[in-house]
Design a protein around this ligand. Structure first.
Ligand SMILES: *[C@@H]1O[C@H](CO)[C@@H](O)[C@H](O)[C@H]1NC(C)=O
Ligand SMILES: *[C@@H]1O[C@H](CO)[C@@H](O)[C@H](O)[C@H]1NC(C)=O
Ligand SMILES: *[C@@H]1O[C@H](CO)[C@@H](O)[C@H](O)[C@H]1NC(C)=O
Ligand SMILES: *[C@@H]1O[C@H](CO)[C@@H](O)[C@H](O)[C@H]1NC(C)=O
Ligand SMILES: *[C@@H]1O[C@H](CO)[C@@H](O)[C@H](O)[C@H]1NC(C)=O
Ligand SMILES: *[C@@H]1O[C@H](CO)[C@@H](O)[C@H](O)[C@H]1NC(C)=O
Ligand SMILES: *[C@@H]1O[C@H](CO)[C@@H](O)[C@H](O)[C@H]1NC(C)=O
Length: 459
């Protein structure tokens, strides 16, 4: 910095104090301390509903970078400009009308939409496709249950219901991406992508319905590089195209979620670098170099269903959704391309779709303690991993940690009805087709993750 030349003592001390202040400001604002890039600010965000550390399950607030031209930081939350935080919820509201005669209360949400994956700043996709979008849609009151038909749906490129436009199971769902191509049936960024979501499952908790909708992008038609997802729910049936800034006149009945992430053009899920490359304002949380003693190399979580949930319709039509994260830089190697892990959609007519190990996530083991002993199924020890249609390997924490999402829309009542238990974990190498001793899973010597257990009720 160039200093003005001072002529006397008095002005020198004024200049001196100005230097002190500007030095302090320099330390307090950009790159060095807040980790944000040029033109970005830091917001102290509190959101226990987020899945990623340090927010997950914590009521504390943690810094997150944001672009002030696009987001507002208020009440310890970041929301798109014009779409303020909904009081009492960790969600942003619809864009309220500029007309003073239309109060914001005209659009109290009846439905809550959550984007489980991608997380802001994640890097996903191989050659521009095979990135995923994982949504949960929760009805907020019993009176609103009737807004969404309780109907599961599996669809792939060979299904008559599959294609851009509304989703045949969840008609009011709107999913937009600001980089969607104008090509073939795609009509550019305003195209409603909900009809492309292959896995659509149903569940309920305490009389309130919950839905899951899951997409694995099957073509490189949604951009490469930074992109932004916009998700919301409308009354009735959504259009083939929809607005990025919906309001009451669009029939909006939910919050509006905006998620920036990056679609990758990489050719494989190689081991990520150790130095952070933060995108979309994400803040880097330093990793352990090696896995600390007493921790698993990879953390396992049955993300959905949640404990005690009632799932599906007559034993099928529900989504089993798993999440795994390397817990240190060293453990990335266990779940990278070098270890045989890759992303992809396995359709139900593929010869790879069968019980046993998963062809894309070799170490995955998934058990249901009530699995039938009939046909290709060999009872509770049957490894069900090969039935997971969505298999996704991505980089999180500013491109330094490998994260895996895997989802199965259970299409047949292969585990009966009533109470059942899910156990999911990863083993080193290729998992067995059948686990012979299911009573001591966490004592296995080939584990590379901990064992996640959830008890459910199959309808
Ligand atoms: C889409 O959104 C991303 C992330 O917000 C942004 O960086 C990019 O410039 C946008 N692209 C278009 C075409 O609007
Ligand atoms: C993606 O990678 C391919 C080569 O693998 C290259 O030809 C193409 O230009 C890349 N696209 C973008 C948008 O970077
Ligand atoms: C429910 O599934 C059982 C087999 O698990 C079958 O016998 C029964 O017909 C099904 N009921 C309905 C209503 O589909
Ligand atoms: C299903 O997967 C098989 C094997 O990869 C493939 O040959 C077939 O084209 C796929 N079908 C659809 C509809 O994508
Ligand atoms: C399976 O798990 C459920 C839920 O915990 C439990 O009620 C049931 O007894 C178990 N069944 C078997 C066969 O182990
Ligand atoms: C995984 O298996 C390989 C090959 O058998 C072995 O070299 C390696 O030490 C094992 N790693 C862990 C974490 O068990
Ligand atoms: C698995 O390990 C992770 C990382 O140590 C931990 O956060 C999580 O609570 C563990 N889960 C279970 C089910 O033990």
């Amino acid at each position: 910095m160039l200093l003005p030349h001072s002529k006397n003592m008095n002005s020198f001390s004024l200049v001196f104090s100005a230097i002190a202040i500007s030095a302090h400001l320099t330390l307090a604002i950009p790159q060095a301390t807040n980790g944000c890039g040029a033109n970005l600010l830091s917001c102290s965000v509190s959101d226990p509903t987020r899945k990623e550390a340090p927010w997950a399950g914590s009521t504390g607030s943690f810094p997150q970078c944001y672009d002030p031209a696009r987001y507002t930081c208020a009440s310890n939350f970041l929301c798109p400009i014009g779409s303020p935080k909904i009081a009492g919820q960790y969600a942003c509201g619809p864009v309220t009308s500029s007309s003073p005669t239309k109060p914001a209360s005209a659009s109290i949400p009846e439905v809550s939409v959550t984007v489980n994956a991608p997380g802001a700043g994640d890097i996903d996709g191989i050659k521009g496709f095979n990135f995923i979008v994982d949504l949960t849609i929760d009805v907020l009151s019993e009176a609103s249950n009737s807004l969404i038909p309780f109907k599961p749906l599996y669809q792939d490129a060979s299904s008559s219901t599959f294609g851009p436009g509304p989703n045949a199971a969840f008609p009011g769902l709107v999913v937009l991406q600001n980089t969607t191509a104008k090509k073939g049936p795609l009509m550019g960024p305003n195209t409603n992508l909900a009809g492309l979501f292959q896995l659509n499952g149903v569940a309920s908790t305490g009389g309130l319905n919950e839905y899951n909708s899951y997409w694995d992008a099957g073509a490189a038609a949604f951009g490469i590089g930074p992109t932004e997802l916009v998700v919301y729910y409308v009354k009735g049936t959504a259009g083939k195209t929809a607005s990025f800034t919906p309001g009451a006149s669009d029939g909006l009945v939910s919050n509006v979620v905006n998620t920036p992430f990056t679609i990758s053009n990489r050719t494989s899920n190689a081991i990520p670098p150790t130095d952070p490359h933060c995108m979309n304002g994400q803040v880097f949380v330093p990793n352990n170099v090696n896995t600390p003693a007493g921790q698993p190399a990879v953390s396992a979580q049955v993300f959905h269903p949640t404990e005690g949930q009632k799932v599906g319709v007559n034993g099928s039509g529900w989504i089993l959704d798993l999440l795994f994260d390397a817990t240190s830089s060293m453990s990335n190697a266990l779940i990278s391309a070098d270890a045989g892990y890759s992303s992809g959609f396995i359709n139900q007519s593929s010869p790879l779709f069968k019980p046993g190990p998963n062809s894309l996530l070799p170490g995955l083991v998934v058990l249901l303690n009530t699995t039938t002993d009939k046909g290709p199924f060999k009872g509770p020890g049957m490894n069900l991993a090969g039935l997971f249609q969505i298999n996704n390997v991505r980089d999180v924490n500013c491109d330094t940690i490998i994260e895996i999402w895997a989802a199965w829309l259970v299409g047949k009542p292969i585990a009966g009805h009533g109470p059942s238990q899910i156990n999911a974990f990863l083993v080193n190498g290729t998992a067995p087709a059948v686990i012979t001793d299911t009573s001591s899973l966490s004592a296995r010597t080939d584990l590379i993750s901990n064992v996640s257990t959830v008890n459910i009720i199959l309808s």
